[in-house]
Design a protein around this ligand. Structure first.
Ligand code: 3PG
Length: 416
């Protein structure tokens, strides 16, 4: 038992059917039916391998794509191919989640065999919109089709999906109500590293917050500043644009339209409050970049053209941020500085990421896009710790008990 949660060491696994929830959500190349990145899949391998090596019949549940920020559900079939390669043993796949075909397949598994079910979010109960609109309790989640159909076939539920631990969905929080449950090795490791860092980071401690997952970013900013964890918060991406808008700076009509269209307008007020409360800690860009006629252009804040969309921090800001990173002793990074996928707007992310590679600080990278950027710039080996979670990491840093942690603790009490 660790953190009030059981670990897989406490269970006899030989011949047992184990439902194992993993987070192998990855960017997909739909044209070729392949994955553009496999970091999370690699990170999930140790738990799956251990369960299989110990003779369990392993049933993997996973989601692919989000219904909130982007509509991009996709099958988990390509993930089974990658998993088979990484494990060196077959990972079977079935294009069903909890229907008769999936259940039949689960019943037919032999000891040590591994089966990946299709995207759990193909089941409507599992979607984030469903979670947010209906707010089911964990007991109610145990009544959903997914849990009702699969739990009777299993002996144990293992959650290794730390990256989705902030989601309150049946595949993550429902099974703990009806099955003995444990966290997997990845979950345990991520929880451990992050909680230790949060409690005792080496100072100066810098948070680099970019990207477009706004609600998460704003939620944790206040906690890490008020608790004295963060000495500096460097903002980039949409987080920076919202901060600048809160300070009544021109960010370009395209940037503003994007903020309002994404329903992030309310965060402008929140940003104002935070900036006034912690003026020395939050840093905003001095210059911004945008694309005009296919070329990168930069403008100093205060002199930004009205008709642009800011898609990167400017080069002066990137340099300034890099210096701060190099002088830090701990750096948390979540979210890129701009649209780093395009050549014209990658300078900010590339410069900041290179500084992360060079700093002596303990660097913790979290979130899908941040991991993709780390891989793109060949810095994977240079980072101290790469956390598979983005939203989950940030939510964890708010100090809130994550829904999955709560559910796993409940199971530890209920099934002693
Ligand atoms: C992630 O990509 O952060 C996790 O897989 C959770 O995905 P979600 O934000 O779509 O729930």
């Amino acid at each position: 038992m660790r953190f009030g949660i059981r670990t897989i060491d406490e269970f006899e696994l030989e011949g047992k059917t184990v439902l194992c929830r993993v987070d192998i959500n990855q960017p997909v190349d739909r044209k070729n039916n392949t994955l553009k990145d496999i970091t999370r899949i690699k990170a999930s391998v140790p738990t799956i391998k251990e369960l299989s090596d110990k003779g369990a019949k392993v049933v993997l549940l996973a989601h692919q794509g989000s219904d909130i920020e982007y509509k991009n559900f996709y099958t988990t079939q390509p993930h089974s191919v990658v998993l088979s390669q990484l494990l060196g043993r077959e990972v079977q796949f079935i294009d069903d989640v909890c229907g008769p075909a999936a259940r039949e397949k689960i019943r037919s598994l032999k000891n040590g065999e591994i089966l990946l079910l299709d995207n759990v979010r193909f089941v409507s109960e599992e979607q984030t919109l469903f979670e947010l609109k209906l707010c089911l309790t964990h007991e109610q989640q145990a009544q959903t089709q997914l849990v009702q159909k699969l739990a009777p076939l299993a002996d144990l539920y293992v959650c290794d999906a730390f990256a989705a631990a902030h989601r309150d969905q049946p595949s993550l929080c429902g099974f703990e109500q009806v099955l003995p449950s444990a966290m997997g090795r990845l979950f345990e490791k991520e929880y451990c590293v992050i909680s230790e860092l949060m409690e005792n980071p080496a100072h100066p401690c810098t948070f680099v917050l970019g990207g477009a997952k706004i609600s998460d970013a704003f939620m944790m900013m206040e906690t890490v500043m008020s608790k004295g964890v963060a000495d500096t918060v460097l903002t980039g991406g949409l987080v920076a644009n919202i901060m600048l808008a809160a300070m009544n700076e021109e960010i370009g009509s395209g940037s503003m339209e994007f903020i309002l269209k994404s329903n992030y307008g309310e965060y402008i007020e929140k940003a104002k409050e935070l900036y006034l409360k912690y003026p020395g800690i939050i840093k905003v860009p001095n210059d911004l970049a945008y694309v005009k006629d296919g070329k990168r252009c930069e403008a100093v804040v205060g002199n930004v053209p009205e008709d642009i969309t800011a898609t990167d921090i400017g080069s002066a800001t990137a340099k300034l941020y890099s210096n701060i990173i190099k002088e830090s002793r701990t750096v948390f990074i979540n979210g890129p500085m701009g649209i780093f996928e395009a050549e014209e707007t990658e300078l900010g992310t590339k410069t900041v990421w290179n500084a992360l590679g060079e700093t002596e600080a303990y660097t913790v990278v979290g979130g899908g896009d941040s991991i993709t950027a780390t891989n793109k710039y060949g810095l994977t080996e240079k980072m101290s710790y790469i956390c598979t979670g983005g939203g989950a990491l940030i939510r964890f840093l708010t100090g809130e008990e994550l829904p999955v942690v709560k559910a796993l603790r409940h199971a530890a009490e209920k099934f002693k």
